[in-house]
Design a protein around this ligand. Structure first.
Ligand code: PRP
Ligand code: MN
Ligand code: MG
Length: 182
């Protein structure tokens, strides 16, 4: 299907692997926040699938909120992180956990964390499914990391290439094939 459109997909992380990492993260987060409740900030659009699977494994009560940020065009970051839609909730005094699908250059989260910190949360932490350190430009240290990964442009399970392929269950590395139609 995707090969016909000029994309060569190589399996990187299966849904089984993702599920296992989510179970591990959920256990760790649940134990760290035992007796408390969490305000979960889902960074749309990419973190949507990860958040849906993770929060259902947590053993602490959560409230969900969403922020829409974006910076990528094709496979490269534009360097400008646009806040397309802000949170609805007041995060002051709350234990806030930001959920991301991937941290790459770190520009997206630096921008978001600065903004959220100013609003006076009780605690503010990051949980990312994938931590891709090699291109990091801004200092961002996610407290909870599913998979530390090497290079390659990843798609699937929320990760997109120009808004496509988010719906794939597994995570793939994508290469554009020269002979492809498009
Ligand atoms: C992607 C991804 C992260 C961010 C990571 O989002 O979901 O939010 O880039 O990259 P960075 O660390 O280099 O900033 P994108 O801007 O593509 O928006 P999307 O979630 O709607 O796909
Ligand atoms: Mn994103
Ligand atoms: Mg994207």
């Amino acid at each position: 299907l995707w090969l016909d459109r000029g994309f060569d997909l190589q399996l990187r992380y299966s849904k089984d692997r993702i599920n296992a990492e989510i179970a591990r993260l959920a256990a760790e987060i649940s134990s760290d926040f035992q007796g408390q409740s969490l305000l979960i900030v889902v960074v749309l659009k990419g973190a949507f699938f990860f958040a849906a699977d993770l929060v259902r494994e947590l053993k602490v009560p959560v409230e969900l909120d969403y922020v829409t940020l974006s910076s990528y065009a094709g496979t490269s970051t534009t360097g400008t992180v646009a806040i397309e839609k802000d949170l609805a909730a007041d995060i002051a005094g709350r234990h806030v956990l930001v959920l991301e699908d991937i941290v790459d250059t770190g520009l997206t989260l630096t921008r978001l964390m600065d903004l959220l910190q100013q609003r006076g949360p009780e605690s503010l932490n990051i949980c990312t499914l994938i931590d891709k350190k090699e291109r990091r430009q801004a200092e961002v240290e996610p407290k909870y990391v599913g998979i530390a990964c090497e290079g390659g442009f990843l798609v699937g399970y929320g990760l997109d290439l120009d808004e496509q392929m988010r719906e794939l269950s597994n995570i793939y590395e994508v290469r554009q094939t020269p002979g492809g139609v498009e």
